[in-house]
Design a protein around this ligand. Sequence first.
Ligand code: NDP
Ligand code: PYC
Length: 338
Amino acid sequence: MSIVTALPVAELTDRIEEIFRKAGLSIAQSAAIARVIAAGEQDACKSHGIYRIEGCLRTLKAGKVVPCAEPVAVADGSAIVRVDARQGFAPLAFEIGLPHLVERTRALGLAALVINDCTHFSALWPEVEALTERGLAGLALCPSYSAVAPAGGQRPLFGTNPMAFGWPRPSGAPYVFDFATSMVARGEIELHRRAGQPIPEGWAIDTEGAPATDPERALAGALLPFGGHKGSAISTMIELLGGPMIGDFTSAEALGVLGSTSLLPRHGELILAFDVEQFARGRPGDPLARAEVLFDAILGQGARLPSQRRFAARARTEVEGIPLTAAELEQLDRFARL
Ligand code: NDP
Ligand code: PYC
């Protein structure tokens, strides 16, 4: 990858926001989207950085997402906060629901944010990190659209169904993991296709059920769940909690409504938040201090914590700017001219 320039985070964020403003999104929608896409680039998460702009614009052009949607939050004093995204993109809906979720969690110890009718295209760590920044633990999940075969099956059924978890730490970066429940995110396979590179065996199968290393054949066939039947079951759980339980689409239903895998799907998202101190109240030991013992033990074996790579990239890009190739810069310029 030949890097030609490094853009300051704020400049990249402004450029992305401008692209979405020009495409007809409201200021609030554009700004929220720009923040998550720039954050993806800042953390060197290429499968959910500026690469995603094209899919968002395509989905917009196809009329599958409402550009100026104004999400509405309903917090009725219960543990469940609901945000109707009104068929807009997810980032603004989350930002609107977040203060309510935090307030409910501090009041009750445990609360949930249900987002309905949103197009979610980004990584999930921004959601759980927003909670850890406020001293809470969090779990976020959402279906997507059918792209992954169940373990033992051969046809797409589950989405790539991501799940992220965050735990606040007394100092420094939180403990966060965030992954698709397929072997990799579909975006990763799309990036291989774009680069003309094969994918490792074990990520996907072709339409005949044979191992696929050609990204084109993999995308036409099915991705595989991570961890065999275990990943398959976790993915099923995400379908259930992030679909029927919150009155929203399963991945199969989302694909049925969308009718194409070239656009971004509309579905729901579930975010659970935990006030760790309240859960541990009356029990021996400080839960956050005890967690540090666990993290130290992981690191003590020479293993790394999830998100360490991301946080290192974040620290680096804050100082050096976000490295972009000539092709990426050209793409940003092209989108700005649309
Ligand atoms: P990866 O497999 O790249 O990474 C998964 C997680 O594992 C990250 O937290 C990563 O940390 C961590 N990790 C990787 N290697 C190690 C290691 N050796 N030791 C410890 N931890 C490690 O992610 P995926 O391809 O599965 O997913 C990428 C993104 O795609 C996610 O952000 C996900 O939310 C997003 N996605 C979004 C969807 C949507 O519908 N919106 C659908 C599917 C995926 P680190 O980042 O530091 O390497
Ligand atoms: O990379 O699998 C993926 C994905 C689906 C929706 C957003 N990202």
